[in-house]
Design a protein around this ligand. Structure first.
Ligand SMILES: [Zn+2]
Length: 267
């Protein structure tokens, strides 16, 4: 029975690591093979080996091998940056060269009007394999999709690169003008997952931040105007409020999750 429990335990760990980081499950499997249970203090040794291998893959090997399959790490600089290091640590920051170019070029244009304010990305795609989804985003499976944060200002009214929630998701700009909101509409049609990102905030840490409609609208307008951009998803009430009229800006439908906490860009 102990063997069965151990087997199930490893299976669960491998599944979680694979869903979270794509390569973590394989690295765990490699550590199991390389450090046998017969060795003294094998659990500690195994875990240290796992960490060493995982970090080597994530920060040294994958960045140079992913381009062979047509994806690259999003470049972090003064124009474009991640919201949480977790995204980078879990290999959730890979895109196609075309999407990279879109982000960097738009970041340059955005900086011209708002110096110091970056395009802040959330989940993008994994480094390898088309059709391998980056959960919970089913469509983030081909290197051509990335989620981007809105722009906020701090207590002093200055623009900031900070965001309200730890994960970057789940801090909604609610719709106060409709008699029935899109969320209520979708949920009434049985799409119960529509606002489940409210459980994925990992904590609201910067409650004082204020949504900057004008700056966010400008960012959306720049992203939509880029030639590579296919579609941008935001919640319909925000599209109206931001006067975002470009035809590439769409409603994603009730089968997705609400997009009034971030925007989704795809080529
Ligand atoms: Zn998305």
């Amino acid at each position: 029975l102990r063997k069965v429990v151990t087997f199930i335990g490893h299976f669960v760990i491998i599944s979680i690591l694979t869903l979270l980081t794509q390569i973590g499950g394989l690295v765990w499997l490699a550590s199991l093979v390389l450090v046998s249970a017969a060795k003294k203090a094998f659990r500690t040794k195994r875990f240290i080996l796992f960490l060493a291998l995982y970090l080597t893959f994530t920060f040294i090997l994958i960045p140079v091998t992913a381009p062979l399959g047509g994806r690259e790490k999003i470049q972090n600089n003064e124009k474009v940056g991640y919201h949480t290091f977790f995204t980078v640590l879990c290999n959730r920051n890979y895109v196609t060269p075309a999407l990279q170019q879109t982000l960097q070029a738009t970041g340059s244009a955005f900086q011209k009007r708002y110096p110091g304010i970056k395009i802040v990305y959330l989940d993008a795609c994994f480094p390898f394999l088309d059709r391998f989804p980056l959960l919970p985003h089913l469509s983030h499976n081909d290197g051509n999709k990335v989620d981007i944060s809105f722009v906020y200002s701090n207590k002093e009214g200055e623009l900031t690169n900070k965001k309200p929630s730890v994960s970057g998701y789940g801090a909604f700009e609610t719709d106060n003008n409709s008699t029935i909101t899109q969320t209520e509409l979708c949920k009434s049609q049985g799409y119960f997952q529509y606002d489940f990102t409210k459980y994925l905030t990992l904590g609201i840490v910067n409650r004082e931040l204020k949504f900057e409609a004008k700056t966010t609208a400008y960012l959306i307008q720049l992203l939509a105007a880029h030639k590579n951009t296919g579609k941008l998803f935001i919640e319909p009430h925000l599209k109206t409020r931001l006067k975002a009229s470009n035809t590439k800006i769409r409603f994603h439908g009730c089968q997705a999750v609400r997009h009034d906490d971030h925007l989704h860009l795809q080529l």
